[in-house]
Ligand binder design. Structure first.
Ligand SMILES: C[S@@+](CC[C@H](N)C(=O)[O-])C[C@H]1O[C@@H](n2cnc3c(N)ncnc32)[C@H](O)[C@@H]1O
Length: 248
């Protein structure tokens, strides 16, 4: 990769569809918004207020309560699981305000590229203000159809978002499509727990605001049926982290 290239130009070269530069991010969607019937949780992610407080207040508080893990520890775990020290292209799906994209970009070798991808304009506007950098570019699009060719990225992640999405497993397969053989995938999502009463209570509460709860097998089974290897899973309270390698 050419180290002197602007990250937006590098990213444009990876996109398989036209994009316009708006507010500092590349937009492949134009005027279109998110799903036709957004849930409460999806509406929140499209709100300017939530985008403003997300990185410093909403995210650290809610995820610390849900997992007992700090954002810094999560970032270290993600960088290690994705093997970023040897990756050249990272895709952070549903990057929100870039709160993982930027710290993960700093773990990449010089000249590598981190692409943050999200559907929410307010989130991406914040990402450009708060989490831009020489190896970072943000793209607005819908993760149901990632606008990249097969096997484009060395590492692909999606944190804190699959439980918001109506098609979490299709989106995970999309992430696998754009991952190159030998590359790593990591996801952080909800975990319903093992004990039936806890599972029932968590699922009912989450469903009220439009969040899905996943059991221990959901993503492990998806990864193993897709042929992935080195599958690692950690569960903490209501959160699970799953990482794996796409075989060569
Ligand atoms: C809670 S934020 C997660 C931000 C960050 N990854 C984190 O771990 O803190 C969830 C993000 O998912 C995005 N999102 C939801 N549906 C999406 C879709 N279909 N395509 C792309 N992004 C989507 C929302 O816009 C929101 O910014």
């Amino acid at each position: 990769m050419n180290t002197s290239q602007d990250p937006r130009e590098s990213t444009r070269g990876l996109l398989n569809t036209a994009a316009v530069l708006r507010h500092g991010f590349l937009d492949v969607l134009g005027e279109s918004t998110s799903s036709p019937v957004p849930t409460f949780a999806q509406r929140a992610m499209n709100s300017r207020l939530v985008a403003t407080v997300y990185e410093r207040l909403w995210r650290p508080t809610s995820f610390y309560l849900a997992s007992g893990i700090t954002a810094r520890a999560e970032q270290r775990r993600a960088a290690a699981a994705l093997r970023l020290s040897t990756a050249h292209r990272l895709l952070d799906v549903a990057c929100g305000p870039g709160n993982f994209t930027a710290p993960l970009a700093r773990c990449l070798p010089a000249g590598a590229l981190a692409v943050g991808f999200d559907i929410s304009e307010p989130m991406l506007t914040r990402a450009v203000v708060d989490n831009d950098g020489p190896q970072t570019c943000y793209v607005r699009g819908d993760a149901r159809v990632l606008p990249f060719d097969d096997e484009t990225f060395d590492a692909v992640c999606c944190f804190g978002a699959l439980y918001l999405m109506p098609e979490p497993f299709d989106i995970t397969r999309e992430m696998l499509r754009v991952l190159r053989p030998g590359g790593r995938i990591a996801i952080l999502t909800s975990y319903s727990g093992q004990a039936a009463p806890v599972r029932k209570a968590l699922t009912a509460t989450a469903n009220l605001i439009g969040l899905a709860m996943f059991d221990r097998r959901s993503f492990v089974d998806l990864f193993s049926s897709a042929g992935l290897v080195d599958i690692e899973q950690q569960t903490q309270r209501a959160v699970q982290f799953v990482a794996a390698t796409k075989p060569r």
